[in-house]
Design a protein around this ligand. Sequence first.
Ligand code: SF4
Length: 197
Amino acid sequence: MDYLRIRTNFERHGFTTRLFSTKEAACDYLDDLLQNQTIGFGGSETLREMGLFEVLQRKNAVIWHNKVPSLAVRKLANCADIYITGANAVTETGEIVNIDGTGNRVAMTAFGPQTCYYVVGKNKITASIGDAYARCKNVAAPLNARRVGAKTPCAAKGGRCHDCDSPGRICRIISIIERVPLGMKCEIVFVDQELGF
Ligand code: SF4
């Protein structure tokens, strides 16, 4: 993975970037960085696999609907000044692509927090926005649909998107972050391991 080129492209787009070899090292970095903060988490297998909630909640107030699934918790998380999330896909050229069902993550990565951190495993890196979109639809969304037990064709039929009209469709809002939103700081925490979907 050519992280130098990838990080350069993200930094050209206004992001700061970090690179860690392991999820434990990334966890330690965020643990050292964040203290006495209110932090919202986006829904993320990456964050779950890292155990980041458990680490950060020792010194911060961390709000995560994956721990307490409710709309109220999602709304509370979306008032935090610091937001941490994964990404469904990023590009080597320096963009982030996410698909949401409820839109809480897409909303917070576009507007709201002072600082947004994305934790990104190497399996999320794609060549282009087209490839990122395809990854979202044919890898991330089907696995997420299966995880949440959604009654969608992608969850039932071998994992590819069928562009369904199912009531359980989890793909409802798609965002492409091309540059850091005005007024926000954004950091990409790359981890050179496979993490999440
Ligand atoms: S549009 Fe429907 S079939 Fe396609 S990935 Fe989303 S939920 Fe699955």
